[in-house]
Design a protein around this ligand. Structure first.
Ligand SMILES: Nc1ncnc2c1ncn2[C@@H]1O[C@H](COP(=O)(O)OP(=O)(O)OP(=O)(O)O)[C@@H](O)[C@H]1O
Ligand SMILES: [Mg+2]
Length: 284
C-alpha cells in the first residue's frame, strides 16, 4: 500500500490541463447507497439545463447505469482497447442526450496496456473533449481502482445515507483519501433521508469528525429524501427526473444540479485525456 500511496500522491499533485471539463468521481464507502441513481439523474438534470454530460460507468463488471437509464449499450471500453473500435461508436446515448461510456471489463485491461496501446487509446479520447461534466460512477468500497479514479479526477463526491453503518464506511473512505493525501476536499450528499433536518444533522456529524481527526475539508452538496418513486423508477427503467421530475427526490437532485452550475471560483477542470493519462500513471 505504501509505494502505491506515493504514486497516488505524486498524481494528486500532478498538473491539470486548461480544458473546461469537470471530472467528478462519485463514490461511497458502503454499497447500495444510491450512487448510480444519483449520477444518472444528476446527469440528466444537467443536460436539461443545457450542459453536456458523460457518465463513465467504472463499476468493474457490475456497472448498471445502462439498466437504470433503460438503454442497452452493445460495447464498452474493452472494445476500444482490444478491438480498435472508435470511442464514439462505443458511447451510448441515454435520456435527454446524456452519454454513457460503459467501462465493462475494459477497466481491468487498462493495467496491462503497453505504451503503444496506451498512446493509441489516449489519442482516441480526443473526440471526447467537449463535455462540461464527466461523472465517474465507481463501485463501493476502498480499493486501488477507486482511489485511482478519485486521484485522477478534479473533484470527489461521497454519498452516504443517515444510517450509522453507511456513515462509518463513508468516514473510512474519506480517511483513506486524506491519509494518502489524494484530495483535501470532498463534497457530501446525504441520500435516503427522512427529512432535511436528519440529512443536515448527518452531514454535520460527519463534518465534525473529519474536522477533528482528518486533514480533509467536507462540504455539503445537499440532501436527497427517501422516495418510493425512486424505487419505482428503477423498476420501470425510467430515471426519476424523467418519469417523476416533481417527486421529492427528483426535486432534490435537480436542486443539486442547479447548485453545481452556479458554483463560483472553480479551478479549471481537466480533460478526459488527462484523466486516463493519470490513471495509466497510477497503474504503471
Ligand atoms: N432516495 C432514495 N429513496 C428511496 N430509495 C432509494 C433512494 N436512493 C436509492 N434508493 C434505492 O437504493 C437502490 C440502490 O441504488 P443504487 O443502485 O443507485 O446504489 P449504488 O450505490 O449505485 O449501489 P452499488 O454500490 O451496488 O453500485 C435503488 O435501486 C433504490 O431502490
Ligand atoms: Mg452503482
Amino acid at each position: 500500500m505504501l509505494d502505491q500511496a506515493e504514486g497516488l500522491r505524486q498524481l494528486a499533485m500532478g498538473n491539470t490541463s486548461s480544458q473546461n471539463t469537470r471530472i467528478i468521481t462519485v463514490t461511497s464507502g458502503k454499497g447500495g447507497v444510491g450512487k448510480s441513481n444519483f449520477v444518472v439523474n444528476l446527469a440528466i438534470s444537467l443536460q436539461k439545463l443545457g450542459k453536456k454530460v458523460l457518465i463513465f460507468d467504472a463499476d468493474i463488471g457490475m456497472g448498471n447505469d445502462d439498466v437504470i437509464m433503460g438503454i442497452f449499450p452493445r460495447y464498452n471500453i474493452f472494445n476500444v482497447i482490444n478491438e480498435d473500435m472508435d470511442i464514439l461508436e462505443v458511447m451510448a446515448e441515454g435520456p435527454m442526450g446524456v452519454k454513457l461510456l460503459p467501462g465493462g471489463s475494459g477497466i481491468n485491461r487498462i493495467e496491462d496496456l503497453n505504451s503503444d496501446e496506451r498512446e493509441r487509446f489516449l489519442s482516441k479520447l480526443n473526440s471526447l473533449n467537449n463535455f462540461d461534466y464527466i461523472f465517474i460512477d465507481t463501485g463501493a468500497g476502498i480499493n486501488r481502482s477507486v482511489l485511482a479514479f478519485i486521484s485522477s479526477s478534479d473533484e470527489l463526491f461521497v454519498i452516504t445515507t443517515p444510517e450509522p453503518t453507511s456513515i462509518t464506511d463513508a468516514y473510512s473512505l474519506v480517511k483513506a483519501v486524506s491519509h494518502f493525501r489524494i484530495k483535501n476536499k470532498a463534497k457530501i450528499i446525504v441520500n435516503k433521508a427522512f427529512d432535511y433536518e436528519e440529512a443536515g444533522l448527518t452531514f454535520r456529524r460527519f463534518q465534525g469528525a473529519a474536522d477533528k481527526f482528518l486533514n480533509i475539508k467536507l462540504e455539503y452538496l445537499g440532501p436527497i429524501l427517501e422516495d418510493k418513486r425512486l424505487t419505482q423508477s428503477v423498476r420501470n427503467q425510467k430515471p426519476l427526473v424523467v418519469g417523476y421530475p416533481n417527486s421529492d427526490a427528483g426535486k432534490d437532485i435537480q436542486e443539486i444540479a442547479k447548485g453545481l452550475i452556479g458554483e463560483k471560483n472553480l479551478k479549471e477542470g481537466s480533460g478526459i485525456q488527462n484523466l486516463f493519462k493519470r490513471i495509466f500513471n497510477i497503474f504503471s
